[in-house]
Design a protein around this ligand. Structure first.
Ligand SMILES: [Zn+2]
Ligand SMILES: [Zn+2]
Length: 119
């Protein structure tokens, strides 16, 4: 009967994994909305003045002052790792919400190349 057990186990864990993935995805998207909403002060949008991007999938959390190393604990965190960390730490200061374009431009330009404001 061993093979039967084995089959059942693999079916069961596969099903479980799927449930976990769905649950995890929903949880992450809830955390994401809460974190982005917090730094935007309610309405989720790119915080660059003049930028019209409002869709959450086009936005990202930006360290206002780049953080290096482990000093602050968020140095190497990106995406949902960072969102969960922010929630766990009680929404620390030093983050803002920028769209991908503004976020990318921040690395090479002092001001927003599209809207002329500092990021
Ligand atoms: Zn933007
Ligand atoms: Zn911008």
């Amino acid at each position: 009967m061993n093979w039967k057990n084995k089959n059942y186990n693999s079916w069961y864990s596969k099903k479980n994994r799927k449930t976990f993935r769905v649950y995890h995805k929903e949880y992450i998207s809830r955390v994401k909305k809460a974190v982005f909403g917090f730094y935007c002060g309610g309405k989720i949008r790119c915080m660059c003045e003049g930028c019209p991007i409002r869709h959450i999938d086009l936005l990202s959390i930006d360290h206002i002052v780049p953080i290096r190393g482990k000093r602050y604990g968020a140095g190497q965190k990106y995406g949902w790792n960072l969102w969960l960390w922010i929630k766990k730490m009680g929404y620390p200061k030093g983050f803002q919400v920028l769209c991908m374009a503004c976020n990318k431009a921040k690395g090479t330009n002092r001001c927003c190349p599209r809207y002329g404001k500092k990021h």
